[in-house]
Design a protein around this ligand. Structure first.
Ligand SMILES: Cc1cc2nc3c(=O)[nH]c(=O)nc-3n(C[C@H](O)[C@H](O)[C@H](O)COP(=O)(O)OP(=O)(O)OC[C@H]3O[C@@H](n4cnc5c(N)ncnc54)[C@H](O)[C@@H]3O)c2cc1C
Ligand code: SF4
Ligand code: SF4
Ligand code: SF4
Length: 356
C-alpha cells in the first residue's frame, strides 16, 4: 500500500493513554480541552473518540509525542513552573503562587454578579477597551445547567454573570473561537480550566504571536455533578435546583434562593454530589491565571482579586467603578491548605499528582 494512505509516523498512545489514565479513572474535569482542536473527540457524558485517532496520520493533525489531547489535559503531567515562567510575572508567594498584587473590592456597575461582580466588570471593560474582542463565558442553560459561549457583546456578558456550580467545558470553545477568526480572546474558568488553557497555549501557540489569550481564573474548592446536586437540593432544602434564582457557597454553607426565599445547609452535606476529579485537585486560587477572582478573603458582596501578570494588571487597570475593601490573606491561605488536605492520596491518582 502507498504511504499516502498509511503515512509512517510513529504511533504513540494519544487518546488511549488519556482514556486509561484520566477518563476511565474518573479524573476528567470535563474542561473540554482535549476536544477543542480535534474532530475525533466529542464531549458526551465524558470525552469519547468517534473514529480512529489520527495521531499516526501525518497530514490530519500535528500531534505531539503523546498526542495533543493528552498534552493539554489539566490532569496529565504538568510542569507548572515552566508555565508560570512563560505566562506570569510577579513575586512568588508560597501559598498563593505568582502575585503582582492582592486586593479586594466590588464593582458597583455590575451590581448583579455572584460576589463583587468583578469578573463581569473585567469582561465589560476589557471588551470596551479592546484588550480582547470576545470572551468565553458560562451562560445558564436549561434548569441550573450551564454551557460555554463565545460572547462579543456587553449584553451577553451581563447575562452570564453568576456562578454555576457545575462542570462547563469552557476550553472546548477555544478551537471554535480561533476557527471563527478571533485572535484576542478572554476565557473565564476554574483553576483546572485555566491550567488546560495554558497547556494549549504552550503546546500549540508558542510560535503564534497573533493569538493573544487572557485567562481569568475563579477560586474553586470543588464542583458538582448536576444531577446529584439537583437531587441533594430537593432532598435537603425542598427546592428544585432548576427553579433556583441564585446558588451560592459561602462560609461553609450551600445557599439557594428560589421564589425570593433563601434556604441553606452545610456544604459538607453535599459531599456525595462533588465530582470525583475535585478530590485530586490542589489548586484553589487558579495559580496560572492572569488574574484570579474569588469570594474567600473579602467581605460579603466583594471579590478577592489576585493579579499575576502584566496582562492581568492592564485588564484590572481598565476597570471602572472598583471600590476597594480589606483583603484577608490568612483566610485565603486557610482555604488553600484545606483544599490540599482534602486530596485523596492513594494508589490511583491522576498523572498530575504522581510523584514518579
Ligand atoms: C465551580 C465553582 C466553584 C467555586 N468555588 C469557590 C470557592 O470555594 N471559594 C471562592 O472564594 N470562590 C469560589 N468560586 C468563585 C466564585 O463563586 C465567583 O465566581 C467569583 O468570586 C467571582 O465573582 P464575581 O461576582 O466577580 O463574578 P461574576 O461577575 O458573577 O462573574 C462570574 C463569571 O464566571 C463565569 N462562570 C460561572 N460559572 C462558571 C463555571 N462553572 N465555569 C466557568 N466559568 C463560570 C460566568 O460566565 C461569569 O462570567 C467558585 C466558582 C465556581 C465556578
Ligand atoms: S488530539 Fe491527536 S492523539 Fe488525540 S485523538 Fe486527536 S488525533 Fe488522536
Ligand atoms: S482535557 Fe479536560 S475534558 Fe479532556 S480528558 Fe482531560 S479533563 Fe477531561
Ligand atoms: S476543584 Fe479543581 S478539578 Fe474541581 S472544578 Fe475546581 S479546579 Fe477543577
Amino acid at each position: 500500500m502507498s504511504e499516502i494512505f498509511f503515512p509512517l509516523v510513529k504511533r504513540s498512545e494519544g487518546f488511549d493513554a488519556l482514556k486509561r489514565r484520566v477518563i476511565d479513572k474518573g479524573f476528567c474535569t470535563y474542561c473540554g480541552a482535549c476536544a477543542a482542536f480535534c474532530e475525533h473527540i466529542v464531549l458526551k457524558e465524558i470525552p469519547e473518540l468517534v473514529e480512529d485517532c489520527s495521531l499516526g496520520y501525518e497530514d490530519v493533525i500535528k500531534c505531539g509525542e503523546t498526542g495533543i489531547c493528552y498534552d493539554v489535559c489539566p490532569m496529565t503531567e504538568t510542569n507548572e513552573q515552566e508555565l508560570e515562567e512563560a505566562f506570569l510575572e510577579g513575586k512568588r508567594d508560597e501559598e498563593l503562587g505568582i502575585v503582582r498584587k492582592l486586593t479586594a473590592g466590588s464593582c458597583v456597575r455590575a451590581g448583579q454578579g455572584q460576589d463583587g461582580g468583578v469578573v463581569t466588570s473585567l469582561l465589560l471593560s476589557g471588551l470596551k477597551s479592546g484588550i480582547f474582542d470576545c470572551c468565553i463565558i458560562a451562560t445558564r442553560g436549561s434548569g441550573f445547567r450551564a454551557e460555554p459561549v463565545i460572547a462579543g457583546s456587553a449584553e451577553e456578558i451581563k447575562e452570564a454573570s453568576g456562578t454555576k456550580y457545575v462542570a462547563v467545558p469552557m476550553v472546548s470553545k477555544m478551537g471554535e473561537a480561533i476557527k471563527e477568526g478571533k485572535r484576542k480572546i478572554a476565557i473565564v474558568g476554574t483553576p483546572c480550566e485555566i491550567r488546560a488553557t495554558r497547556k494549549i497555549q504552550h503546546v500549540m501557540f508558542k510560535e503564534v504571536e497573533e493569538i493573544d489569550i487572557i485567562a481569568i481564573g475563579l477560586f474553586c474548592f470543588e464542583n458538582f455533578d448536576y444531577d446529584l446536586l439537583s437531587e441533594k437540593t430537593t432532598e435537603l432544602l425542598g427546592i428544585e435546583l432548576g427553579e433556583a434564582e441564585k446558588v451560592q457557597i459561602s462560609k461553609g454553607r450551600y445557599i439557594v434562593r428560589s421564589n425570593g426565599k433563601e434556604k441553606s445547609c452545610k456544604v459538607t452535606a453535599l459531599e456525595d454530589a462533588v465530582r470525583n476529579n475535585c478530590f485530586y485537585c490542589e489548586d484553589f486560587t487558579a495559580r496560572l491565571a492572569d488574574i484570579s477572582v474569588g469570594s474567600v478573603g473579602s467581605p460579603d458582596g466583594s471579590s478577592t482579586v489576585i493579579i499575576r501578570s502584566k496582562k492581568g494588571e492592564e485588564l484590572f487597570n481598565s476597570l471602572e467603578g472598583f471600590v476597594p475593601t480589606d483583603v484577608d490573606r490568612e483566610g485565603i491561605i486557610r482555604a488553600v491548605s484545606l483544599k490540599k488536605e482534602n486530596i485523596r492520596w492513594g494508589d490511583e491518582v491522576p498523572p498530575i499528582l504522581r510523584l514518579d
